[in-house]
Design a protein around this ligand. Sequence first.
Ligand SMILES: [Ca+2]
Length: 362
Amino acid sequence: MRTKKAGIKLCIVMLLAVTLTALSSCTYVYNVTYEYGYDDKGESVTVTDKESLEEPIAPERLGYNFEGWYNGDEKWEFGTPIDKDIVLTARWSPKEYTASFNLHGGECEVESMTVKYDERYTLPQAKKEGWYFAGWHLYGRKHSDTGVWNYLDDMGFIAEWSPVPLGTTVYFGRYEQDNDIENGAEAIKWLVIDKKEGQYLMLSDEILDAKWFDSEDTARLWRDCDLRAWLGGEFYETAFNESEKAKIVETYLEDTETYDKVFLLNTTQNGDLIYGSMSPREGTAYAKANGLVGGQGNPAIYAAWWLRRTDRDPEKHNVSRAPVALGSGYGGYSSSSFGRELFGVRPAIWVTEEVVLPYISE
Ligand SMILES: [Ca+2]
């Protein structure tokens, strides 16, 4: 009997011991997910109850500084015991770089600027008296003024100055201007207003003629209008000889999706122009004789001239008004339709540099 009691006691003790052992060794497993925050990159590890996480090696990402692992908005303190599943998200800050400017004798509001990786930047404008700022160059190539910074280093931009001094005028081709037909056509004076890779954009200094935008008053876009057909046809054939025609570059006009040799400026270009091209124009005697409408009710001065109208024109829905440059020097819209008023024509052409360079060296 004593032996049996002792046996039962022993059993209870052993059972308790087993139970305690089982309880103390019962382990929970938690998932810890690391999310990198880009490219869907991530990984998971498991941690047993009450263990803490060992801090992993800081991840690296091009263009960014690693700021730590965050659990929600809280920075995770490694060493904290884990008692549930958690998600740790990498926090990054874009690296900062310096864009510096080599002005080659020009002026700019800043000498350098701070840019951030993967963020938008806009490079400043520069100026140099008597020169045209043709943009920033990097590694010998023209660089966009604006974009998203994706260089992993500081960059030095170089100002390119066009050798065309402001206000350079060029004589090229001929067209009747003094309204004396007998003495023949007069040489056309052009203003050089832009440059790209050995080509120059020239705008007729004077209003050469008076035309409707479209005689039927139906074609409201540049690509369809009579004025475009006239500039590329009769005007082109009349004003330029074969040798001159060979120096006029056919140009793709992105906004109107057309190829043209002779064209009108668009509203944006006109607003941007300098070099005196926007100062008031009276129009030639020939243009006046052809019925040029003067500006602000005064037919003698300040005539308006047509601009090319585009699909992307901000007032494209306002189809009854045509874009014109007003004699006061600002782009605007005519108050009437395309085929009822004889506004001015100032042709524009891109030419090869051989047309312009002789005027610079003089
Ligand atoms: Ca003449």
